[in-house]
Design a protein around this ligand. Sequence first.
Ligand SMILES: CCCCC/C=C\C/C=C\C/C=C\C/C=C\CCCC(=O)SCCNC(=O)CCNC(=O)[C@H](O)C(C)(C)COP(=O)(O)OP(=O)(O)OC[C@H]1O[C@@H](n2cnc3c(N)ncnc32)[C@H](O)[C@@H]1OP(=O)(O)O
Length: 179
Amino acid sequence: MKTSFVLPADIEPLSRDPKATSPGRRINLHHSMCFGCGADAPVGLRIDVIAGEGLTVSASMKVEDWMQGGPGVIHGGLLSTAFDEVMGTSPLLLRMPVVTGHLEIDYAKPIPLGSTVQFTGEILGGVRRKVYTRAVAHLGDPQEPVAAAHGLFIAIDLEKHFAGYRDRAVHPSGHQNGA
Ligand SMILES: CCCCC/C=C\C/C=C\C/C=C\C/C=C\CCCC(=O)SCCNC(=O)CCNC(=O)[C@H](O)C(C)(C)COP(=O)(O)OP(=O)(O)OC[C@H]1O[C@@H](n2cnc3c(N)ncnc32)[C@H](O)[C@@H]1OP(=O)(O)O
């Protein structure tokens, strides 16, 4: 599949944290109201990301009618959200909290409503706080990818990064902090 994404020349290998989620198990959600993975989000993708061997992850997503973009096919922005979720969860194998810095998608084929998209992702390496990842999507035959993505995720201090926003956070009860 064609892509214009270029990895930096100084990229270094990264290692799985010994305490990371075991292969075959779901990587714990960061919070239940997340649009990408949260079970309590009123609208969302509810993607479970499964740890693989080494620095790999996998996930699947049924393409439901509300995800329609062009007639009969998935909206491209929604697919990019799914890639963001899959790749953004992978740095938890390093036990590293991250946010998305840069996301690039290559769309190869239309994805029909009713199909199930299978994702595989991997961490390619890092430079300082930057974690480079890649993911591929297919509809059942890994030799026939329908889309692929590259993501650059930046390690953050969770407390500091969200310090100014937590009073706006929405909780499963529907109330905001302090409301
Ligand atoms: C959905 C919310 C998820 C919230 C995360 C919660 C918990 C996290 C825990 C675990 C993760 C688990 C699951 C995550 C699941 C899904 C993933 C979805 C994630 C998202 O959906 S998250 C929302 C969208 N995301 C943002 O809301 C970020 C807004 N942004 C910023 O908050 C700052 O921008 C920040 C912090 C990124 C950097 O700011 P900063 O001041 O800390 O650091 P600085 O600028 O120095 O960048 C350091 C090095 O990154 C390079 N760099 C930066 N940006 C670059 C770019 N675009 N392209 C190329 N390189 C870039 C610099 O060039 C430098 O590189 P160098 O080391 O070489 O100098």
